[in-house]
Design a protein around this ligand. Sequence first.
Ligand SMILES: [Mn+2]
Length: 325
Amino acid sequence: MPRPEAAQVARAVEAASRIFIAVHENPDADAVGSLLAMRSMLLSLGKQVHPAAPTPAPDRFAYLAGWDSIVTEPPPWPPDLGIALDCDGSDRLAGLEEALLACPTVIDIDHHRGLEPFGDIQFVVPVAAATAQLVAEIAPELDLSPTPEQASALYTGLIADTGGFRFTNTTPEALRLGADLIEAGADPAEMARLLFSVRPLAAAKLQARALSSLQEPIDGVLIATLTEADFAETGAEATDTDGLIDSFRDVTGTRAAALLKECDHDVWQVSLRGNDVDVASVAASFGGGGHLFAAGCTLTGTREAVTSRLVEALQHALEEASHDG
Ligand SMILES: [Mn+2]
């Protein structure tokens, strides 16, 4: 059953000629894939399109057609439609937020647990596996069927957010979309290899550091830490940790896992994963957000102070989960 919002988005797209599309800062595979598929769809309709991310799209996504068209600036021309993709709140647009919200019509397309949907049209579906799934739902409303390039971009977003069809969001709908995208020309083996396996040596070295930082789970909470020195000495970048946290939550005895990345002195980017515990609430209590079992936030303080605050919050959430269960 098509969702009515998909048709609403299509009508707004048809009525527009200059379209600004933007994703969240530190764009992930779903953000970049959704952005590039949407860009290509809009171009095929003869629209003027400006695809942007507030921080550069990592070059590990360079295999996606149009990757080099993504800029970090708002459009030089006045758009008549602005579309935000994969943004859990307009503030995730960071430096592009003001320009996007200033568009005469604003559309929010997202699958995060809608804390703060925004815009004139809100196509926010938390049960969707990926924003790519929602972009795919818009295509038929525009009488489009995905080209091989669009299918590859959407497939990348879909497998990224489902962890290669392993996470709890691996619904029949997600798998059917995967099949449709393969039929439309996405190469599943190649997309999975490029997204999950290919990585620089620095990332492999960083992974070793993260693994050796693991300690015994404390009451079901497993913490991994990467310091500024770990990044400096391996030459790795913040995005080289993508996917790392997902392997930690499966360590025996773990109910919740956290990866702390020191992005500036005593400033920690925290990724959280829960097996049976709502980590989105924990992230939200620290000003972050995300999904029920996959969330993130930023904490400031020494490694010891930040770790103990986190462990305390996660243990509290674990107690709640035990009571509910
Ligand atoms: Mn996503």
